[in-house]
Design a protein around this ligand. Structure first.
Ligand code: ADP
Length: 301
């Protein structure tokens, strides 16, 4: 059983030949709407690979929030801890994609920004019954810190996917059983650069020095790297043709959390997560690209 705490957004995407100038109105192409938000993406990815998932999130009292919650329930996620704030809008991401495939994104966090430490205290039963807690950085930092403290007090593993990249307070690191940055996030958190020999282990070591127990750095097409006080190794990602890398990290983290909660060792758990991440990049979208357990069973286990 895993507990995912984090954001839920609705991604609204419009394609256009070029970005508008300030003050300019242009006519774009097709419009698409997808469920998104890192917390929701990771919860869906975890549920699809067989996790029993509780989600703590907050939506607004609007059609986007209602649709998001219906989507979670459809994925088999327990929505009993998804809160609705009647005074706020649900989180949305307004995304413009130009002819070169570049994007411009404005996120209106809405209710996500109002997920408070007190909200977590309403979900005491979820904390007590879970095997592992997974969180990201699209909800307030004080809420992340509070969740990590609760996990520590209960002796539950707390996994932080530190995305989007953000500097973190020193007191958070010793509360983390595992941190899972990508290359950009790992560099920002440590202030170290990827230049030169041995950067990978140097950056992982710097994170361990901050008090984190275990470090996994995701490396895109190169897979993922693990390091703790006892060992280090890299797991290669399957070779695939990437179509859309959106949410690769989210799918990796959701699958990893399930594998770890099932008691898998580091190496097979990371392999499982890499397989899931690789499948996700071969498909369009965020939650839509997350694979099901049956698809992974053909490859691992
Ligand atoms: P993020 O999406 O957070 O930037 P990464 O790009 O590191 O994270 O991707 C997360 C994981 O997804 C990788 O560790 C890998 O397992 C998988 N993955 C991402 N891109 C590819 C790719 N091009 N080919 C195969 N696997 C990939």
């Amino acid at each position: 059983r895993i507990l995912v705490i984090g954001s839920s957004n609705t991604d609204m995407v419009v394609k256009t030949a070029r970005f508008p100038q300030p003050g300019e109105t242009i006519i774009g192409g097709d419009f698409f709407m997808f469920p998104g938000g890192k917390g929701a993406n990771q919860a869906v990815a975890a549920a699809r690979v067989g996790g029993v998932v509780d989600l703590i999130a907050k939506v607004g009292n609007d059609v986007f929030g209602t649709q998001a919650v219906e989507g979670f329930a459809h994925e088999g996620i327990n929505v009993a801890y998804v809160l609705t704030d009647p005074k706020l809008a649900s989180g949305v991401a307004l995304i413009t994609v130009n002819g070169e495939g570049e994007n411009e994104i404005v996120v209106a966090p809405g209710a996500n920004a109002a997920l408070t430490p007190a909200d977590l205290d309403l979900a005491e039963a979820a904390f007590e019954s879970t095997d592992l807690i997974l969180m990201q950085l699209e909800t307030p930092l004080e809420t992340v810190l509070h969740a990590a403290k609760k996990a520590k007090a209960l002796g539950k593993p707390f996994v932080l996917n530190p995305a989007p990249a953000q500097v973190l307070p020193a007191e958070l690191f010793p509360l983390l059983s595992l941190i899972t940055p990508n290359e950009t996030e790992a560099a920002l958190l440590t202030g170290l650069s990827w230049e030169g020999e041995g950067a990978l282990s140097r950056i992982a070591e710097a994170l361990l020095q901050k008090g984190v127990e275990n470090v996994i750095i995701t490396l895109g097409a190169k897979g993922a790297y693990f390091q703790n006080a006892d060992s280090y190794f890299q797991v290669a990602a399957p070779v695939v043709t990437a179509v859309d890398t959106t949410a690769a990290g989210d799918v990796f983290n959701g699958a990893l959390a399930v594998a770890l909660a099932e008691g898998k060792d580091w190496q097979p758990a990371i392999d499982f997560a890499c397989q899931a991440g690789a499948i996700a990049v071969t498909r369009m979208g965020a939650q839509t690209s997350a694979p099901y357990r049956e698809e992974l069973m053909l490859r691992v286990e």
